[in-house]
Design a protein around this ligand. Structure first.
Ligand code: NCD
Ligand code: ZN
Ligand code: ZN
Length: 358
């Protein structure tokens, strides 16, 4: 395979941490990791500490990330169980979407009643989409809300054959739903848990090999729209503790893993590239910027080494795996921001792709 150019890579599912969780990662370290992974932009989830659930908290976070980000970015607003939908009008034009947590995971944003989920669906009437963490039966509940309110909804980190079945039917019904899948659910399974221990714990959890096969099949059939990393760094100490938190990093391994999958004949090069760029731009309605692209040597093979990553956490669930696809250069808005070794953009260079900051 040749040296290729991918235009405008975006990861719409990352947890950059910072704020009160700066010990795990910061906007500065993780936007560098994003660039090293080939990305133009990353969208950050609202389950930070504090959670992004009010106009004031959003403004603080916007100001902080705007000051330090090395790549372009977007922020999600979080729906809260205490019903913060009165804030929607004030915040909608500054965010990449609304995030609703419907099953428990890191942070305290769980909405477990279907009536409260419906209140958020009724109140969110902007043209920005809703992104959902929904697993198993909960996927069915959210599809019912999409059927009723017709609000474009992106299903994050879909991980099972059952969920794929539900979403295939929803797409056949013409509902405005899109599907994201993460590399860990494609390349790992519950069989890896004895080796990985806490470093293989994330939500949704690793499933059977047959589920991973169903995800690959759904990619080939065009049911899966995008590959998202769900980059969720925690420290090695936290992962090694008695109560390890859920989540694994992925910004710097997603592209090489997908290029390896192309080499292994699992999908076409075009599809792999579209799923980390064009399809994401289409779903979030982003116009690609001129001179914003990534140069990748798709022949360059290497082994994943967590300690060599830019991410502050310094580990990877894919440690030791053979991958290919070295990022040679990243260009954003005509500026070379990565030369294959070093991040060249200044802290604060990154811009909000969704409106203003203050
Ligand atoms: C994420 C995190 O750590 O913020 N954890 C995870 O296991 N995926 C939250 C999430 O995406 O559910
Ligand atoms: Zn999630
Ligand atoms: Zn996530």
């Amino acid at each position: 395979m040749p040296v290729i150019k991918i235009h405008g890579m975006i990861d719409p599912h990352t947890h950059l941490r910072d704020l009160d969780w700066s010990h795990k990662a910061t906007f500065e370290t993780e936007t560098k990791a994003a660039i090293a992974g080939g990305y133009w932009a990353v969208f950050d989830m609202p389950n930070t500490a504090p959670s992004t659930i009010s106009d004031a908290l959003l403004s603080d976070k916007l100001k902080r990330i705007d000051r330090v980000a090395h790549c372009d970015w977007g922020l999600y607003f979080g729906a809260s169980q205490a019903d913060n939908s009165a804030e929607y009008e004030a915040i909608a034009r500054r965010v990449c979407g609304l995030k609703i947590y419907n099953n428990s995971t890191t942070g305290d944003l769980l909405i477990d009643s279907s009536s409260m989920r419906e209140r958020h669906y009724r109140a969110w009437t902007t043209d920005r989409l809703i992104a959902v963490h929904a697993e198993g039966e909960t996927v069915r509940n959210i599809i019912d809300l999409v059927r009723k309110y017709r609000q474009p909804t992106h299903f994050l980190h879909i991980s099972s054959e059952y969920e794929i079945k539900l979403l295939t039917a929803a797409k056949e019904d013409g509902l405005p739903v899109t599907v994201g899948v993460c590399p860990h659910h494609l390349f790992l399974s519950e069989d890896d848990l004895p080796t990985l221990g806490a470093f293989g714990l994330m939500k949704p959890e690793l499933k059977r090999k047959s589920d991973a096969r169903a995800l690959w099949r759904a990619i080939r059939l065009g049911i899966v729209d995008i590959i998202e990393s769900d980059h969720a760094p925690h420290t090695i100490e936290e992962k090694g503790s008695g109560e390890p938190p859920y989540g694994v990093p992925g910004l710097e391994t997603t592209l090489p893993l997908m290029m390896q999958a192309v080499k292994d004949g699992r999908l076409s090069l075009q599809k792999a590239c579209d799923m980390v760029s064009l399809n994401v731009q289409r779903i979030w309605r982003i116009t690609p910027l001129p001179k914003t692209y990534t140069v990748v040597d798709t022949d360059h093979e290497f082994l994943v080494e967590g300690s060599k990553l830019f991410s502050k956490c310094g580990w990877s669930p894919f440690e030791g795996m053979r991958v290919c696809g070295k990022v040679l250069e990243v260009w954003i808005r005509g500026h070379k921001v990565y030369d294959g070794e070093q991040i060249l953009s200044e802290s604060g260079f990154g811009r909000n792709l969704f409106g203003f900051v203050a």
